[in-house]
Design a binder for this molecule. Structure first.
Ligand code: 13P
Ligand code: SF4
Length: 343
């Protein structure tokens, strides 16, 4: 049990341990200039997830959440898509654009959720119940998407689960925490795959209680990949894009952000005058968190400005997928985009 009266705010810049602001330098500027020139030569579009480092966000054509990035990938008329995110995101762009070159700065940028759900294991589970309707969080491999009925992101999961056929047994893969939140919100029972985001499950209830006690005026904004005990303490639970909209429109001036720290860059740019603190504001032992990296996704942070320049200059690494996987994985992604667009 935590004695909240004992909580002492840590001094110094509370966002520093985990949040790195863009550091403009001659080298960064030169790299950004090279990237813009390569973009022109390739007729490329650069899509970046909200968790990318600030320097990449600043050179991208579009920065957003998984849903926004899929919608951009579906509608772009560029010849080349450069995807600054993780592997499954670039795969999704390739599935939607089989004829285009899709570049990824680092092919090893994986995801613990994707790794938790190998397609053969999913097929085994599906074989146990022919009435399963498989709903896959977009954080999964193309092979898993090919086995699924519909894809969701954290931004549209409630809408899509609400639209799922009533006579089916819903199977939700691979994030058990997002799945549990969706069940709570929709009332639809689902069988949950036991996967999680290694970064979001690091956030602990005690950390949020301490932040709440130290900053009672702050709103706590939590991503649904977090544990239930953390979600329960939130003022709002939502996708990264909705977090930005929430912070823009909320009358609050201070926010504790419980997701990957890369998103703070956009929040500061788009919400001037408001203050953003990265969780954990304190660690559980009340020690300074100077070495803490628990709100950084190690995969998202594999991409750097140098690697972005190099992949565009070399036109590699790029995504390649078997034609049959592309054909089967495209249907549930298109279903997602269609349901998302409904009023
Ligand atoms: P969203 O940006 O869609 O909320 O997803 C978060 C995430 O973990 C992506 O890997
Ligand atoms: Fe995967 Fe979590 Fe990283 Fe998102 S933050 S890419 S879910 S490991």
């Amino acid at each position: 049990m935590i004695d909240l009266a004992e909580v002492q705010p840590r001094t110094g810049d509370l966002t520093q341990p985990v949040f790195r602001e863009a550091r403009p330098s001659a080298q960064t500027e030169a790299l950004a200039g090279e990237i813009r020139e390569l973009k022109r030569q390739l007729n490329a579009v650069i899509l970046a997830h909200n968790y990318q480092v600030p320097e990449i966000q600043d050179v991208a054509d579009f920065v957003g959440d998984s849903l926004g990035l899929s919608q951009q990938a579906a509608s772009t008329d560029a010849d080349v898509i450069v995807f600054c995110g993780v592997h499954f995101m670039a795969e999704t762009a390739k599935i939607l654009n089989p004829g285009k070159l899709v570049l990824l700065p680092d092919l090893d940028a994986g995801c613990s959720l994707e790794a938790s759900c190998p397609a053969p294991k999913l097929a085994e589970l599906q074989a146990t119940n022919p009435n399963f309707y498989t709903i896959a969080y977009i954080n999964c491999s193309a092979a898993v998407k090919a086995l699924s009925d519909v894809i969701v992101t954290s931004g549209n999961a409630l809408k899509i689960v609400n639209a799922a056929p009533a006579d089916k047994d819903l199977l939700f893969v691979p994030d058990e925490n997002l799945g549990a939140w969706v069940m709570e919100q929709t009332g639809r029972p689902m069988t949950l795959w036991r996967g999680n985001c290694y970064a979001h499950v690091e956030f602990q209830r005690e950390q949020i209680l301490r932040a709440r006690a130290a900053y009672p005026d702050a709103q706590i904004i939590v991503h649904p990949e977090s544990l239930r005990e953390v979600r329960e303490l939130a003022d709002v639970v939502c996708s990264t894009e909705k977090m930005i909209t929430w912070c823009k429109t909320s009358p609050a001036r201070r926010f504790v952000i419980v997701t990957e720290s890369g998103i703070i860059h956009r929040m500061r740019k788009e919400c001037p005058g408001k203050e953003f603190l990265c969780a954990p504001v304190f660690d559980v032992m009340r020690m300074p968190t100077d070495n803490c990296r628990c709100s950084e996704c190690r995969y998202m942070k594999m991409n750097t400005l140098e690697k972005l320049r190099d992949c565009m200059a070399r036109r590699a690494p790029h995504l390649d997928l078997p034609a049959d996987i592309i054909a089967r994985a495209r249907l549930p992604i298109e279903r997602m985009l269609e349901i998302s667009a409904r009023p």
